[in-house]
Design a protein around this ligand. Structure first.
Ligand SMILES: Cc1cc2nc3c(=O)[nH]c(=O)nc-3n(C[C@H](O)[C@H](O)[C@H](O)COP(=O)(O)OP(=O)(O)OC[C@H]3O[C@@H](n4cnc5c(N)ncnc54)[C@H](O)[C@@H]3O)c2cc1C
Length: 395
């Protein structure tokens, strides 16, 4: 039976149990103590302290969903714990979430496709917060058409010789363990393999990128110049990395949608608080119909997005693979976030334009973080194409 949806704010939401509530409390405590007070400082600095990984590991954040034998926690954990994490991290900032949790787009590939030895070697140090993991698929020649990636890995005896480059990689400068999509075979999806490339591998260098938003996140270009990678670092079979890469994207999109819903809600909350406080023409802003309508419109967008996120999480948790819906949800959530950030900025007027991590300042940062959500993890256009293909829309 499909439960009622869209009741995440109700007294007893059907999708969430005591364990989710307890986890929400835990993550909220962590974010409000270890991240939120420092967001402005870290965004200005363009980075956050490396010790944060260890602190996050100590409260179980890094190992959530990874096998116990590699130091993680799976017992009693389901997809809604991930949704809760993404929502609560929105009360920190997008940049910290993206880098601190970059292992969540990289390590699942090792967990699902790797050998026992590979899992034992690569997963525990990341789960303990000692090493940082990154996923490197996108290339300077384009990220939408992943199946056309060009970074070449040529097998020579016990090694692959890797040549090429990767673009926009989160945790690109300071990661230790890079999960990299490479071409070992012919053209297209069937020629793709996945290699783990470690930081100190000769021939591997990185250079940082400056961005519009996610300022505290580490984003880099990676260069592979005759980089010699041991054959033991091949994850899954040769030329069979594609399925793993694709299934990874579905989980990423659900988590992104949950985060976007929470950022949208922050915009609503900030806008409501401001509109009640701010007086123009002798009355509070919120008493103008046009302002009320904006707020209701924002609510409409985010409530539908949250309800759909919960429904799809529930379906994925129950073994379904609703690819078209996940693609459409990602677009829906980024459009909701775009609307909420825009309207909140408008309601805040000039105050919304100022940088600060308290009060209206959050909206300015979220406004700058909208586009990366609409582009990263599969852009809106590519999500629509994917949905259309899955829905069989062709002549
Ligand atoms: C801050 C940041 C962090 C990122 N982190 C990572 C990471 O950790 N790992 C990683 O691998 N990647 C990462 N990415 C890359 C991200 O996934 C890509 O930017 C995204 O997939 C789009 O690729 P592209 O930027 O090369 O755009 P392109 O593929 O060049 O596309 C450009 C534009 O054209 C549109 N377009 C492309 N093809 C079509 C078409 N057929 N029809 C209509 N429109 C089309 C796209 O939607 C897009 O809007 C990150 C990106 C950013 C900005």
């Amino acid at each position: 039976m499909i439960p009622k949806v869209g009741i995440s704010e109700g007294k007893e939401p059907l999708f969430y149990n005591e364990s989710h509530h307890a986890w929400r409390e835990e993550v909220r405590k962590f974010v409000s103590k270890e991240i939120a007070p420092f967001v402005e400082e870290w965004e200005e600095a363009g980075e956050f302290p490396r010790e944060l990984y260890k602190k996050a590991a100590d409260v179980g954040l890094m190992g959530m969903g990874y096998d116990e034998k590699y130091g993680g926690t799976t017992e009693g954990i389901d997809i809604f714990h991930g949704i809760v994490t993404a929502e609560e991290f929105a009360h920190g900032c997008g940049g910290v979430s993206a880098s601190l949790l970059s292992h969540n787009i990289a390590i699942p590939l090792i967990q699902s496709l790797g050998t026992e030895e590979q899992k034992e070697k690569f997963i525990p140090p990341v789960v303990r917060g000692e090493k940082i993991a990154a996923l490197a698929m996108t290339e300077p020649s384009g990220g939408s058409d992943v199946a056309s990636l060009k970074t070449k890995a040529l097998r020579k005896g016990d090694h692959f010789i890797v040549n090429g480059s990767k673009m926009f990689i989160t945790s690109g400068m300071r990661a230790d363990t890079y999960v990299v999509g490479v071409r070992t075979g012919g053209e297209g999806a069937t020629g793709i393999s996945v290699l783990v490339i470690e930081k100190d591998t000769p021939g591997f260098t990185q250079s940082p990128l400056k961005k519009m938003g996610w300022l505290s996140s580490d984003t880099a270009v990676l260069y592979f110049d005759n980089c010699k990678v041991p054959v033991e670092n091949l994850i899954g079979g040769e030329n069979s990395g594609w399925i793993g890469v694709m299934s990874n994207f579905s989980q990423e999109r659900l988590g992104m949608a949950a985060g976007m819903n929470a950022y949208s809600q922050i915009c609503i909350d900030e806008a409501v608080a401001w509109a009640k406080e701010r007086k123009t023409f002798g009355k509070p802003l919120i008493d103008n119909q046009v302002i009320k309508h904006k707020l209701v419109d924002m609510n409409r967008a985010v409530k539908t997005s949250r309800a759909w996120t919960e429904l799809l999480s529930w379906r994925v948790m129950n073994g379904e693979s609703p690819i078209a819906d996940l693609a459409m949800l990602k677009v829906h959530a980024s459009k909701a976030m775009e609307l909420c950030a825009r309207e909140a900025m408008q309601i805040l007027g000039g105050a919304g334009y100022l940088r600060a991590n308290s009060g209206p300042g959050k909206v300015e940062r979220i406004y700058r973080e909208v586009r990366v959500n609409a582009i990263g993890g599969g852009s809106e256009e590519i999500m629509y194409d994917l949905a259309a293909r899955q829905l069989g829309y062709r002549s």
